[in-house]
Design a protein around this ligand. Sequence first.
Ligand code: ADP
Ligand code: ADP
Length: 228
Amino acid sequence: MQLHITGLSKTYPNGVQALDDVTLSIPRGMFGLLGPNGAGKSTLMRTLATLQDADSGSVQLTDVPGTINVLRDKDAVRRVLGYLPQDFGVYPKVSAEDMLDHLAQLKGLSSRGERKDVVERLLKQTNLHDVRKKALGGFSGGMRQRFGIAQALLGNPKLIIVDEPTAGLDPEERSRFHNLLVEIGEEVIVLLSTHIVSDVSDLCPHLAIMNKGRVLLSGTPQALVGLL
Ligand code: ADP
Ligand code: ADP
């Protein structure tokens, strides 16, 4: 499983070039996309998540099985994608359990028993089983982010995109969230964007640094240690 991004460019109508000839190969596991605000991380992630179009370039997701042309076959991407945007809303009065059940239904899981199993597994995996009956509006930042991951995992994705997930989390919640991502990264591609160096240097065996729409460097944290 690998994501190949080649020559991806995007200029917004206001003239800002958010992506400038981005080329990257992203293997299975945790991949960190590091860069300051305005570097183009969110634009890249929204493009990979099929939420906006690039001007040029190509993106292929291989061995999923077969190869998906990410920029063209949007439905195929959506079937293997879990996306956790930077700020996602929740229905404040709905419980975590009911929301996941509802989303599973929307995903086409019509059997109540099957949904119960899937939802229970996700709640346990994200450490939310004890608070499954609690309304989402009462969740802490860390609980909410883990709920976001549970949502993203619903369709058994092969590619998970997480945009600046740990902003505002305390150190304990942050490390709990990181452990969850590492565990998920054993099976799939987890693409994590952040402006916090330690997020990627501690967690991600592969990373890239972006600035002003360009990839400055990509490699292992060891290879980049002098620069970080
Ligand atoms: P990052 O996620 O690294 O902060 P973004 O992809 O959000 O970077 O932004 C890259 C650049 O593109 C910034 O200069 C930003 O202001 C600009 N930008 C982002 N979205 C839009 C948009 N919808 N219209 C115009 N400019 C945008
Ligand atoms: P990020 O934190 O990823 O940089 P922002 O908070 O800058 O994202 O952007 C939030 C939303 O505003 C996004 O949908 C983005 O496309 C849009 N946006 C960002 N910069 C601009 C801009 N200069 N002009 C218009 N829309 C923008």
